[in-house]
Design a protein around this ligand. Structure first.
Ligand SMILES: C[S@@+](CC[C@H](N)C(=O)[O-])C[C@H]1O[C@@H](n2cnc3c(N)ncnc32)[C@H](O)[C@@H]1O
Length: 497
């Protein structure tokens, strides 16, 4: 622990020497301290329920005030790593690789240089493991239970494997040592890039940003995307591009184009005039609060896919239910807009599409304007679609291997068991014991009577963490469907009155 603290201190000193600073004075003015880049606005703290290691406020912070600057020189980008001639030469001979694949190779290259890498103090602080979907094993994938989630997981695993295979020749050219050539090393580096890169305007692969990547995630919500905040940014800062972490979801937004309903406003970006990545407080924070960053708008499945966590309360979560082909063909709404919100309410487009689908074909044209303005068509039409929605949600829930109650008990056992043996004992009494036996089998621990001699392997421990994430995800999914059924019941009741 002491060693860890010392490592952290030397990392923060290294960062200060590079000009990284949370001081409110401008970057070109004298810094408050060269022994740490933090202390004026932020400090590294531990937040067990919202991201673990993160950044806390050392004083009250006002919404919109600058809290961190990271000069361009400190950023790890393809461009900065490829100042290394050997790497640059090799990469140029593999032009078929994507920018993200190249950044992954750059990261592995720097890792392999170890102490001679100029980012060594930063690299030492990267997490050793991640829980993104591409790292899920067969058991954990199945624990998600929902076809869509299992399919997204499978796709993520296949994508990682094929990208790794494609980059192999380059890594061999660079004469990587065997441990850096493995698929395990590749997914680690790929998860680092997926969960930690920030958007930069000159490279779609993004950048790794020492200290700036210690901010944990806050979902965009009303409190931070209101007019007040937007006005503040437009009048007080030179932000033109907003940032979102994650290569697949990068969105560049001109601040001028944002309307007050935009959920995409984020809290920093690369600013040309100061040649630095600048971060701003997205809310008022009290001393000791965790200071958060919005990486973008994500459902829980997307958070799991790209970042390896999910939110207990995610205002952007969505649940898709099976719809008949005729529902899709009855409207021009895209499939992606036909979903149930986190609170159980059907999306505007889903309701509209169902209303049109339940209208005889020869009458659809005449009611189109009503449907697209969100109006109900008739009591019969509304009762029909709400009953259909409720029945569909009930059927989806029934078809899943476990219920909300069973998942809740399983999660309680995961959270509250003092050790693995107690967990196994408790789970034996639950209806999810079959799942527990499958877990044991997957980790060659089938003989439960010999447990006293077994210490849970690191691999099994990681698998337990991912299993828990899968159970949390499927429970959230089921609760959304349950809330939708309650929503439908309320609507049907209101028609009976
Ligand atoms: C950019 S890093 C943030 C710093 C990170 N906690 C660390 O220790 O390096 C993003 C990662 O932090 C974790 N994280 C961020 N926000 C979180 C949240 N609200 N809840 C749980 N985990 C979160 C996830 O593991 C995610 O992949």
């Amino acid at each position: 622990m002491e060693q860890e603290q010392q490592n952290l201190e030397s990392f923060l000193t290294w960062a200060a020497l590079l000009g990284i600073s949370d001081s409110t004075t401008r970057a070109d003015q004298p810094q408050h301290s060269l022994s740490s880049c933090l202390g004026s606005s932020l400090c590294v703290s531990h937040f067990p329920h919202s991201g673990g290691r993160g950044l806390g406020a050392v004083r009250d912070l006002r919404r919109g005030e600058i809290v961190l600057r990271v000069p361009k020189y400190a950023l790890m980008t393809r461009e900065s790593v490829m100042e290394d001639k050997k790497l640059c030469f090799a990469v140029n001979r593999h032009s078929c690789l994507s920018s993200v694949q190249i950044l992954i190779v750059c990261l592995l290259y720097e890792m392999s240089k170890w102490k001679t890498s100029r980012w060594h103090p930063y690299l030492m602080h990267l997490p050793h493991t991640y829980d993104i979907l591409a790292m899920f094993g067969e058991f954990e994938k199945r624990a998600l239970q929902v076809d869509e989630a299992m399919w997204v997981t499978e796709k993520a695993i296949l994508k990682a494997k094929s990208e790794w295979r494609d980059a192999h020749a380059l890594m061999e050219d660079l004469m990587f040592r065997p441990q850096f050539l493995t698929f395990k090393a590749w997914v680690w580096a790929s998860a680092t890039i997926s969960s930690r890169t920030l958007h930069i305007p000159w490279d779609e692969a993004g950048c790794l940003c020492p200290v700036g990547d210690l901010f944990n995630y806050d979902a965009p919500g009303e409190e931070s995307s209101g007019i007040e905040h937007l006005d503040y940014l437009l009048s007080n800062s030179s932000i033109h591009d907003t940032i979102l972490l994650n290569g697949d979801k990068n969105i560049m937004v001109d601040a001028e184009q944002l309307d007050s309903h935009s959920q995409r406003l984020t809290d920093g970006g690369f600013e040309e005039d100061v040649n630095a990545y600048c971060f701003y407080a997205r809310a008022h924070y009290k001393k000791g609060d965790q200071v958060l960053l919005c990486y973008g708008t994500y459902t829980n499945l997307e958070l799991l896919e790209h970042y390896g966590f999910l939110l207990q309360e995610n205002p952007n979560d969505k649940v898709f239910i099976p719809l008949e082909a005729a529902v899709y063909s009855s409207t021009s709404w895209s499939k992606d807009s036909l979903y149930i919100h986190h609170n159980g309410k059907p999306s505007f487009a889903l309701l509209a599409a169902l209303r049109l689908w339940a209208t005889p074909q020869n009458k659809r044209r005449s009611v189109g304007h009503l449907v697209y303005s969100g109006s109900q068509l008739s009591a019969d039409n509304e009762i029909f679609i709400i009953k259909w929605l409720s029945k569909t949600c009930i059927a989806v829930l029934k078809n899943l291997p476990t219920s909300i109650e069973e998942d809740t008990l399983l999660l309680n056992a995961m959270d509250n068991s003092q050790d693995f043996f107690t967990f196994v004992d408790i789970t034996k009494l639950l209806s999810s014991r079959d799942e527990m036996y499958t877990f044991l089998e997957a980790h060659n621990m089938k003989d439960t009577d010999s447990f006293t001699d077994i210490i849970l392997s690191r691999k099994a421990r990681r698998s337990m963490d991912r299993w828990k994430l899968a159970v949390q995800w499927r429970l959230k999914y089921k609760k959304v469907l349950f809330n939708c059924i309650s929503y439908c019941n309320d609507i049907l009741d209101s028609f009976m009155k």
